[in-house]
Design a protein around this ligand. Structure first.
Ligand code: C2E
Ligand code: MG
Ligand code: MG
Length: 739
């Protein structure tokens, strides 16, 4: 029984030890004492049981202590981790933080604090602390005194720091942060605010619903409305009614698409006065691109400003087409040249083909309207970023930037040529035009704005020469052509002055091989340039205004020589070519009459050859001259027939005596059925109209036979005779008379 009890005691002791191990609250020795007290009646405690109990108790105690130590160790570890995390966290803060003890000495601080304290130009931190404490002492209500400090080391930007002292229980903390950016932003905002409030420019801000949310004092000064009166209203409160609904619709559309709009607008003041203002509206957008506000800024045009604006417009814009003028274009081009980026800058010169004809035939009023329509067409075809200007007369100029000059220019020019070909409707009349274009590329042969313009002009000149309605990209060869023209011009001046121009004669044959006329053809052999073909020097003379002097000289020489020829063989007349501008010359009739009379030759022996282009240039003056010449007895021949407009009405209305079928038809006569058909038609028509018909450029017997078959009777060509000097003609005619 006793044994059982002792065992029980030991077991209970053990259990108590285990319990004590599990429960931290009760000491095992206490439990054993309680147990012994309770069972004090049992005096025969077996020693071994006691030792065992004590051993168990000791083990229990030992285990308990071990557990406690482990627990404390774990808590310590946790605290260390916490501490490290706090230090890490503190170091990550953008603020500088330091903990102070009661003697105002820093105990702990974070990285930012250490960084700030090493800033160049910063007085010692201790001084900051002292100042903060002084503030604290002077103003006891202040819980966290603040100190603003601006520091600027030599050459370094200004830095603004804000220091603050915090008290928490018995702890003191010092925090500091860099508020440079924040202060700058505040400064900026307050400056902007002051500007908006003090600017003489009216400012009005509306919300996305377009209702007014803000107006500045200048708004009131200009419109007469104060902010309270217009808040919540639409800007249409200012509407003058001068602009239609379409105007506003377009304005909002541009603003939505492009984010801003600016232009002139007539508005009405509170007192009813209508005034002109320059308005600029911008849309403020959020991150999703939705308009959140519209900011309108405007200034009233004073009478003086209106005049200034008008003068500026006059100085920089073309009055007719409203395009930029030369001055503005030059300025713009200069800027493009200076800021030239990786794109290729090109200048394009436009010249309207035969514009003078339209002006002369339909009047300047129609010509002007057409120019405006052309300017608009060019503008429509251009991109927003292209620069367009009216260079003068019927010339336009453009500056464009393209990524690839070859593809870009080709596309650009073809697009414009095509667009200009579409008829224009002017005053109910359809007018068709074409243009010649010249292009120059920056960097290729031009290194300045002046060179760009000059080269484009030269290239355009080349387009004209090569048949118009086309474009040419400048090449140095064009320049050579121009130089050649200039050289011809210089030499031609000398040739005219020194009577170096000669005339050859080409016989015309009719009815088999009878010579029935002579054509006078100008010849010029220059000592420097050699033999210059008439087409070349006549064109230069036309372009340079030398044509009238040259033609007078040719006519004089031709008639003088013809007089000698007539002395031998008086049976036929002389054909003389007139150039395009000669026929428009008001003095033409008098000059021809004088020279003809001087040689005592009757005008009826002279046939004046004009080309169809001559007629198209200045129809009214040409018609007047032709009528007068016919009245005097001169005959008129239409040269190179079939290559120009071939208007049948001219043949009848102008009372033409002869037509000369161009030699281009004869050249392909054998191979081309079409050419044959054309010659047949012209011959048939001339018979009906009773007009003489001469075929030019007959070179072979085969051609002659074909032409005879068609019914042609008069010819001129190398097959019969080449042009020859007067003395050879005299020889020829002398033989001819003897036959
Ligand atoms: P045009 O008035 O049609 O003169 C005929 C041109 O054809 C002449 O050339 C003549 O030499 C050339 N010709 C004649 N028969 C043949 C032929 O069988 N085959 C070929 N291939 N050519 C032939 P030219 O003398 O070189 O004159 C060329 C053009 O220059 C003239 O064409 C005329 O438009 C102009 N021209 C010549 N002299 C004068 C002038 O004194 N005043 C004006 N305004 N123009 C002139
Ligand atoms: Mg001729
Ligand atoms: Mg001809």
């Amino acid at each position: 029984m006793k044994q059982i009890r002792i065992h029980r005691l030991a077991i209970i002791s053990g259990i108590l030890i285990i319990v004590s191990l599990i429960s931290v609250q009760v000491q095992p020795s206490q439990l054993i004492a309680l147990y012994l007290q309770r069972y004090s009646g049992v005096d025969a405690l077996h020693l071994a049981d006691i030792i065992l109990g004590l051993l168990f108790t000791a083990i229990g105690l030992l285990l308990f202590e071990l557990r406690q130590t482990r627990r404390l160790y774990m808590v310590g570890l946790k605290l260390k981790k916490h501490h490290a995390r706090h230090v890490q966290l503190l170091n990550k803060l953008p603020y500088a933080i330091a903990e102070l003890d009661s003697h105002r000495v820093i105990h702990h601080s974070n990285d930012a604090f250490r960084q700030i304290s090493t800033l160049q130009g910063l007085p010692s931190i201790q001084q900051q602390i002292e100042q903060l404490f002084n503030q604290l002492e002077q103003n006891s209500d202040q819980q966290s005194p603040t100190l603003l400090q601006r520091i600027q080391a030599d050459g370094a930007p200004l830095i603004c720091l804000e220091w603050q002292l915090h008290r928490s229980n018995n702890h003191l903390f010092l925090s500091g942060r860099d508020i440079t950016q924040q202060l700058e932003e505040q400064d900026r905002l307050s400056i902007s605010e002051k500007i908006i409030e003090s600017t003489p420019i009216g400012v009005m801000v509306t919300g996305p619903d377009k209702r007014i949310q803000y107006t500045n004092p200048a708004f009131e000064q200009v419109t007469g409305y104060n902010t309270q009166e217009v808040l919540g209203h639409f800007p249409s409160i200012l509407s003058s009614g001068k602009q239609g609904a379409d105007f506003y619709k377009q304005m909002y559309q541009i603003m939505e698409n492009e984010g801003s709009w600016q232009g002139e607008i007539w508005n009405r003041k509170r007192n009813g006065d209508i005034y002109l203002e320059w308005l600029s509206i911008s849309a403020l957008k959020d991150e999703q691109g939705k308009s959140t506000h519209y900011i309108g800024m405007f200034s009233e045009f004073t009478a003086q400003e209106r005049v200034k604006e008008k003068l500026r417009t006059l100085a920089y814009y073309d009055g007719l087409t409203s395009l930029a003028n030369r001055t503005l274009f030059n300025e713009h081009l200069q800027r493009l040249v200076t800021n030239n980026n990786e794109k290729q800058l090109c200048v394009i010169f436009f010249d309207i083909d035969g514009f003078k004809r339209i002006n002369d035939t339909l009047g300047h009023h129609i010509g002007d309207q057409l120019l405006v329509a052309i300017a608009n067409r060019i503008k429509e075809t251009c991109r927003e970023e292209d620069t367009i200007a009216r260079w003068g007369g019927d010339e336009f100029i453009m500056a464009i930037e393209v990524s690839d000059s070859h593809i870009g220019i080709d596309t650009f020019c073809k697009k414009h040529l095509k667009s200009l070909k579409r008829p224009f409707l002017i005053n109910g009349r359809e007018l068709s035009i074409t243009a010649s274009m010249g292009v120059s590329i920056y960097g290729d042969d031009a290194h300045s704005s002046a060179e760009l313009i000059r080269n484009a002009d030269i290239a355009m000149f080349q387009s004209k020469k090569r048949g118009k309605n086309r474009f040419e990209i400048f090449s140095p060869a064009h320049h050579e052509v121009l130089l050649e023209s200039m050289e011809i011009e210089n030499r031609l001046r000398v040739a005219i002055k020194e009577n170096q121009i000669d005339v050859h004669f080409q016989p015309q044959v009719c009815q088999g091989s009878t010579i029935c006329g002579l054509e006078a053809l100008a010849r010029w052999h220059d000592p420097v340039l050699g033999q210059v073909p008439p087409q070349k020097f006549i064109q230069v003379a036309e372009e340079t205004g030398l044509i009238n002097d040259l033609s007078e000289l040719i006519y004089h020489v031709a008639l003088k020589k013809f007089k000698t020829i007539r002395a031998i063989y008086p049976a036929f007349g002389l054909s003389v070519n007139l150039s395009a501008s000669q026929l428009q010359d008001v003095n033409l009739v008098t000059t021809l009459k004088q020279v003809t009379d001087a040689q005592s030759i009757s005008p009826s022996n002279i046939k004046l050859e004009i080309t169809e282009d001559v007629l198209m240039s200045d129809i009214e003056q040409s018609i007047r001259n032709i009528a007068l010449l016919k009245e005097m007895g001169f005959q008129i021949s239409l040269d190179d027939f079939g290559t120009g407009y071939s208007s049948l009405s001219y043949l009848k209305d102008l009372d033409i005596d002869e037509i000369k079928i161009d030699r281009s038809f004869v050249q392909d006569l054998i191979s081309s059925e079409r050419n044959k058909a054309i010659i047949e038609a012209i011959v048939a028509m001339s018979k009906v109209l009773e007009i003489d018909c001469v075929v030019e450029g007959v070179e072979t017997e085969e051609q002659l036979n074909q032409l005879l078959q068609i019914g042609c009777t008069s010819f001129q060509g190398y097959y019969f005779y080449k042009p020859m000097p007067a003395n050879q003609i005299i020889e020829l005619l002398t033989d001819y008379c003897q036959e």
